[in-house]
Design a protein around this ligand. Structure first.
Ligand SMILES: C[S@@+](CC[C@H](N)C(=O)[O-])C[C@H]1O[C@@H](n2cnc3c(N)ncnc32)[C@H](O)[C@@H]1O
Length: 406
């Protein structure tokens, strides 16, 4: 869990709070991302130096709830109730506006009417960059990058693709922390869900962003999110587009994706977040990965005596950034072989081991990068997400070593 340091402790109780204070930025970001109420209360306490002071309450009113129409009513109602209860329990005074706001929510929205309302909510995910962050191309004018995302309150909606899963938060942090791995590269995501990873890829200027999913309602929601974030959506797989504000959204169920369809794509980087969970789908997923990663100019491969295909180059894995290289790129220039980054949570070790064995049979080289390629912690306010829960695999189409998951 992220620890909130409350570094502005007693000072904060004496002066008006503003967004220059990390604890205040965390509180605002947590409310926008619709973090659980307990997380909001802990940030509010940190703002007040240990308790939810009147200054902290005023900050919430002025900066976090100034446009209450933007919030999901049940979420806000629940937060207001918990906040009022907490402040009263601490024997501090609750600002009158909170009672008024809470009364408004109780009378305007009955609990039974919530159920009938749209189950879609809008979470705003903010990535907070450290002050010494030097990759200025990522966030030249601001230390905060916020993406609004429509998602569902039902985690199973859209075959699970209408919710934000922790591995996509991890991949997003990875992309923003290491833009050099993705910038100017053609990036292809499988099981892309709400589209957050694609937004980050577009942000770091991937030369092409192709997002795919096997669920049509997920795909529709994803397109909505891309447009909400001012990107253009293209649905023609073959259309080449130089415009980096255009993202392709394709329907791609792993079971029926044809070899020729996948071979037309030729990405440099394949990404997947939380896609290793259903054993029934895994053979299809591995087949898709194998085709995508096995794409090179036919001349760039040579066949070993034992019949295995190898890229004719070297690999550099000194810094965990594995670069399989071949020398048959355009005009004889070095050309990197396609690589996949798959982030996942091990929920069932047997399912994971099944994935590894299928990958092994398909001649995929699967390396655990969890300890060697770490993203920055750009979501320090998000107590519902723990970067340490996520594992990262790098996969190429070549068998060189064993995978050790620690
Ligand atoms: C757990 S969700 C992860 C979504 C997103 N990557 C994230 O991490 O937030 C799994 C995603 O994989 C997609 N998916 C599951 N099985 C699939 C299949 N057989 N073919 C294509 N997509 C599939 C689902 O529609 C869903 O979007």
């Amino acid at each position: 869990m992220n620890q909130n340091r409350g570094e502005f402790g007693s000072m904060a109780t004496e002066q008006a709070l503003d967004l220059s204070l990390p604890s205040c930025r965390y509180l605002l970001s947590a409310i926008l991302a619709m973090e659980p109420s307990d997380c909001l209360l802990s940030h509010a306490r940190a703002c007040g130096g240990g308790s939810i002071t009147e200054q902290a309450q005023q900050f919430i009113l002025d900066h976090c709830l100034s446009t209450p129409g933007d919030f999901h009513a049940p979420y806000l109602k629940n937060f207001l109730k918990k906040l009022i209860t907490q402040v009263e329990c601490d024997h501090d005074s609750v600002l009158d506006q909170f009672y008024e706001l809470y009364a408004h929510y109780i009378t305007s929205f009955k609990d039974d009417s919530f159920g009938k309302r749209d189950s879609r909510i809008c979470k705003r995910i903010s990535f907070l960059f450290p002050d010494d962050y030097s990759e200025l191309q990522t966030c030249p004018h601001s230390r905060v990058l916020t993406f609004p995302l429509k998602c569902s309150t039902n985690m199973l909606e859209g075959d699970t693709g209408c919710s934000i899963w922790p591995s996509s938060l991890f991949l997003s942090e990875l992309i923003l922390s290491h833009p050099e791995l993705f910038s100017n590269k053609s990036c292809f995501e499988i099981g892309a869900g709400v589209g957050l990873v694609g937004l980050c890829l577009a942000h770091v200027k991937a030369s092409e962003v192709i997002l795919t999913d096997g669920d049509l309602s997920t795909l529709a929601n994803m397109k909505l999110n891309l447009e909400l974030n001012n990107l253009n959506v293209e649905t023609d797989a073959l259309q080449r587009n130089e415009d980096t504000s255009t993202v392709k959204c394709l329907y791609l169920p792993w079971e029926t994706a044809s070899e020729s369809q996948l071979q037309d794509i030729m990405p440099n980087v394949v990404l997947g977040a939380d896609v290793i969970y259903d054993p029934v789908c895994l053979p299809h997923l591995v087949r898709v990965l194998t085709i995508l990663l096995n794409q090179t100019n036919p001349n760039s491969e040579r066949e070993h005596e034992n019949g295995e295909h190898y890229y004719n180059g070297v690999t550099d894995r000194s810094d965990g950034r594995y670069k399989p290289v071949n020398y048959d790129g355009y005009n004889g220039q070095p050309k990197e072989a396609p690589v996949a980054y798959i982030a996942f949570v091990i929920r069932n070790i047997e399912t994971f081991n099944y994935f590894l064995s299928l990958g092994d049979q398909a001649n995929l080289d699967i390396v655990d990068l969890t300890d060697s390629l770490k993203p920055m912690n750009l979501l320090p306010y998000m107590q519902s997400y723990n970067q340490a829960d996520i594992k990262l695999l790098r996969i190429i189409c070549r068998r060189t070593n064993q995978t050790i998951v620690t």
